[in-house]
Write a protein that binds this ligand. Structure first.
Ligand code: NDP
Length: 262
């Protein structure tokens, strides 16, 4: 199946690591030009170097940008405008989860988490809307979490925020129709930078393989392992591509079957 991504312009927030970087790789493989952002300039430069070594500098735009800083997101959009003049696909992927129960989540933690989850969608959508309007087949994909539907007490504020984001994306799918399609992927556990940091923080002597295998068992993942970032990226590409031209307001679970809801 041809996804129809060749010659398209895709923007990936948080494209310097994990799922976002995997999406950049696949988008370039499919023939799309890719603009990516992240906060850490060194990590971003490393990602850009990898992508341009394979696909050439002309097809990649890497711009440092914190999606929570409106002016930086607007500058990123301006960079893409000057580079290609339009955006066919916006992937709102930047972010991370917060591990905390209600008892150990302060009011400031709540504010930070709600700001991260909502404004990592709101700022890019506002800033890139005019560029999406320049496309003949525009789409937005929000990278969300299974926690939106299946909250976990040890990730209480992330779960609540994720449910709110899912509601936001559903509303946007109606408000932006019929011009712009808006869909979400729901991630379970994907072996990315986030999980590497948690493994490092655990300070365990156990090998990475054993630690991740034990994690998959503990979480009861039916497919028996964490996902690979490329597996999440493939779902992003499908929903964001012209091949999904009749899909909007939908969510695609990429979780190895860990959800328990119907
Ligand atoms: P990674 O940590 O590997 O990648 C996160 C990316 O987002 C990095 O490029 C990071 O770069 C960037 N980023 C984070 N905050 C900001 C910000 N404020 N502005 C711009 N860029 C930012 O994690 P994942 O690939 O796992 O995460 C991708 C998305 O998937 C996240 O939204 C995450 O919450 C979600 N998700 C992941 C799950 C998993 O199991 N992996 C589960 C559920 C959801 P930098 O730090 O340099 O800014």
């Amino acid at each position: 199946m041809d996804l129809g991504l060749s010659g398209r312009v895709a923007v990936v927030t948080g494209g310097s690591s994990g799922i976002g970087l995997a999406a950049c790789r696949l988008l370039l493989d499919e023939g799309a030009d890719v603009a990516l952002c992240g906060r850490d300039a060194t990590r971003l430069a490393a990602a850009a170097a990898e992508l341009t070594a394979r696909h050439g500098a002309a097809r990649v735009l890497a711009q440092r940008c914190d999606v929570l800083v409106k002016a930086e997101v607007e500058a990123f959009a301006q960079g893409v405008r000057e580079w290609r003049g339009r955006c066919d696909l916006l992937v709102n992927n930047a972010g991370q989860g917060r591990v905390s129960t209600f008892a150990d989540t302060t009011d400031d933690d709540w504010r930070d988490e709600l700001e991260l989850k909502f404004f990592s969608q709101i700022h890019p959508i506002r800033a890139f809307r005019p560029l999406l309007d320049e496309s003949d087949s525009p789409a937005i994909v929000g990278v969300n979490s299974l926690l939106a539907y299946q909250p976990e007490p040890h990730m209480v504020c992330t779960s609540a925020a994720r449910a709110g984001v899912q509601s936001l994306l559903k509303s946007l799918a109606r408000e932006l129709a019929p011009r712009i399609r808006v869909n979400a992927i729901l991630i379970g556990l994907v072996d990315s930078g986030q999980w590497q940091r948690r493994y490092d923080a655990a300070g365990t002597t156990e090998s990475r393989e054993k630690w991740f295998a034990a994690l998959a068992r503990e979480k009861g993942i039916p497919l028996g392992r964490l996902g690979d970032p490329a597996e999440a990226a493939r779902a992003i590409l499908f929903l964001g591509s012209p091949a999904a031209s009749y899909v909007t307001g939908a969510q695609l679970e990429v979780s190895g079957g860990v959800s328990r809801f119907i």
